[in-house]
Write a protein that binds this ligand. Structure first.
Ligand code: 659
Ligand code: MG
Length: 218
C-alpha cells in the first residue's frame, strides 16, 4: 500500500529532525516541502509573520482551526509563554494522527490539545469541555469558506474578548473574500494585511490580522 503525503512528511521529520527540537521539526518540514513534495503548511516566509504576531500577543490561550500535519501548531506552541496552551481542531483522522506524532516529535505535546473534530461541532463546546473563558489568539487555516461562519460562531459563543487577535492564512490564495470583507468593514475589528507569498512558491498570498474590539452594546 502506498503512503500518503502527510505520512511521507512525518517520515521526513522522524528521519531528519532532532527529537524534542521544535525548530528542527519546522526546518525539516520546510526542507521536505521545498525539495520533495509541496504541502499546504503555512511555510517559512508566512511562518515568520505568524511567529512575530504570536510573539507580540504572547497568548496564554490560543486556538487553531485546521491542524493538518501540525506545522503551524508547532510554530505557535514553541512560542507560548510558560503554562500557555494551544487548542487545535482537525476533523480528518489521518491528518490528526500525523499531526499528533509531529507535535510529539517536537516535544510540545504538553502545551497542545489536539481535538479530532469539526470546528462547527466543537467551538460551541470549548467552554464546557476545556474550561475556556476566551482566547487571546486565534489562527484560521482550515477550509477557506468556513473562516466567516466560524468567526461568527466564535463571537456568538463569546470566545473572543476585547483585544483577541485573529490571524487568517491564505486571504489571497486560495482566498477568503467574504471573510476579508467582513473583518475589514466591521466596526468590531481593527484589521491589517501582511503581504507575503504562497508557501514554497513565488505566488502572492497574505495574512490578515484582525483585533477584536468587542461589541458596541453594553
Ligand atoms: C470546517 N471545519 C473544520 N474543522 C476542523 N478541521 C477542518 C475543518 N475544515 C478543514 N479542516 C481541516 O483543515 C485542513 C484544511 C486546510 C485547508 N487549507 C487549504 O485549502 C489551503 C490551500 C492552499 C493552496 C493554495 C494554492 C493551491 F494551488 C493549492 C492549495 C494553501 C494553503 O495554505 C491552505 O491552507 C485539513 F486539511 C482539514 O481536514
Ligand atoms: Mg494555509
Amino acid at each position: 500500500t502506498h503512503s500518503s503525503r502527510p505520512q511521507r512528511l512525518l517520515r521526513a521529520v522522524q528521519k531528519g529532525a532532532v527529537r524534542g527540537d521544535a525548530r528542527s521539526v519546522v526546518a525539516n518540514i520546510d526542507r521536505f516541502c521545498h525539495h520533495s513534495e509541496w504541502a499546504m503548511n503555512i511555510g517559512d516566509e508566512k511562518g515568520a509573520i505568524l511567529d512575530s504576531v504570536v510573539s507580540e500577543v504572547n497568548p496564554a490561550l490560543a486556538l487553531e482551526l485546521g491542524t493538518y500535519c501540525g506545522y503551524s501548531t508547532v510554530r505557535i506552541a514553541r512560542l507560548l509563554p510558560p503554562g500557555g496552551r494551544l487548542i487545535t481542531l482537525e476533523f480528518n483522522p489521518e491528518y490528526a494522527a500525523v499531526a499528533r506524532q509531529v507535535i510529539e516529535w517536537a516535544g510540545l505535546e504538553d502545551s497542545v490539545q489536539l481535538v479530532e473534530g469539526g470546528s462547527g461541532d466543537w467551538i460551541p463546546q470549548l467552554k464546557e469541555h476545556f474550561g475556556v473563558q476566551s482566547f487571546d489568539f486565534v489562527f484560521l487555516d482550515h477550509w477557506k469558506e468556513r473562516y466567516l461562519p466560524d468567526i461568527h460562531l466564535l463571537e456568538e459563543c463569546e470566545l473572543l474578548r476585547k483585544g483577541t487577535v485573529v490571524l487568517a492564512d491564505n486571504v489571497v490564495c486560495p482566498g477568503a473574500p467574504d471573510y476579508l470583507a467582513y473583518v475589514r468593514n466591521s466596526p468590531a475589528y481593527q484589521s491589517s494585511y501582511f503581504q507575503s507569498h504562497l508557501e514554497y512558491t513565488k505566488a502572492v498570498d497574505g495574512l490578515e490580522k484582525s483585533v477584536y474590539l468587542g461589541t458596541t452594546d453594553a
